[in-house]
Ligand binder design. Structure first.
Ligand code: ADP
Ligand code: MG
Length: 256
């Protein structure tokens, strides 16, 4: 990289639904090359926060910036184009698309030539296709998915589908990766494997990761910084060791 990768900065974010404040003036910064976890009891506002960051929900007030760029009112597609990719908590991959095809979907935002020139068989389209394929193979190798590339994605075991979903996001070559419960529903062995992969997303690929995850042991092991939400408010923030022993955090969890 020529310049330092940008941080993702959330400022004073408020999201109101009819009669309910899901997020109330929440702010935090995801520093480049770190894993930043957002935790909190059910209904705390974690998914709402994710949905605002990825452009699915509109913030009532506040702002989201990636470096100098304003993401607050951008569409999901524009946000992805600016380098913020997300995975979904509840995935439903197609049984009619191979793993390779599914990973290629992640290349869409980068396709300059697009479908038109591919259809017209312009030489530039062939070169782009080769480039996309190289990236897909690289990501598949990184995640240990090579042997599944030809398989129908939607028919694979759930844990492997979750990895394909992670791969689709990585194929977008993001700067920031938003992971919504990436190890939920996995077997213990898959959880350990995926936790290690998330650590290498930071350590080897150098990406910033915003992580929402229920498995506290994994959060505490992976995260550099933890933001704790409760009823839409930030109640604590700091290193895992620090927030774990915060009386207000303990109370929020025991009161669940
Ligand atoms: P978490 O992911 O931490 O469990 P959510 O962000 O899903 O919490 O929800 C926070 C609060 O906002 C909850 O009370 C939830 O019912 C409410 N909420 C979330 N999404 C919507 C929506 N689209 N419409 C109305 N209320 C919502
Ligand atoms: Mg949620």
């Amino acid at each position: 990289r020529v310049s330092a990768p940008p941080a993702l900065a959330v400022r004073d974010l408020t999201v109101r639904f009819a009669g309910l404040t899901a997020l109330d003036g929440v702010g935090f910064t995801v520093e480049p090359g770190t894993i930043h976890a957002v935790i909190g009891p059910n209904g705390a506002g974690k998914s709402t926060c994710f949905n605002v960051l990825s452009g699915v929900y509109r913030a009532t007030s506040g702002s989201v910036r990636l470096g100098e760029r304003e993401l607050t009112r951008a569409t999901p597609h524009a946000i992805a184009s600016l380098g913020v990719a997300r995975t979904f908590q509840n995935i439903a991959l197609s049984a009619h698309a191979s793993v390779a095809d599914t990973l290629m979907l992640g290349r869409h935002r980068l396709t300059r030539a697009g479908f038109l020139s591919t259809g017209l068989r312009l030489p530039s389209a062939g070169r782009e296709h080769a480039r996309h394929w190289a990236r897909v193979r690289e990501v598949a190798a990184f995640l240990g998915l090579e042997r599944h590339l030809g398989a129908p994605a939607g028919l694979l075991p759930y844990g492997v589908q979750k990895l394909v979903e992670l791969g689709r996001a990585l194929c977008m070559e993001p700067e920031v990766l938003l992971l919504d419960e990436p190890i939920a529903g996995m077997t213990p062995a898959e959880r350990r494997n995926t936790a290690e992969l998330i650590a290498s997303v930071r350590d080897s690929l150098g990406l910033s990761v915003l992580l929402v995850e229920h498995d506290m042991a994994v959060v505490m092991r992976l995260a550099d910084t933890v933001t704790v939400l409760d009823f839409g408010r930030k109640i604590a923030e700091g290193t895992p060791a620090l927030v774990q022993n915060d009386p207000e955090v303990v109370r929020a969890y025991l009161g669940e």
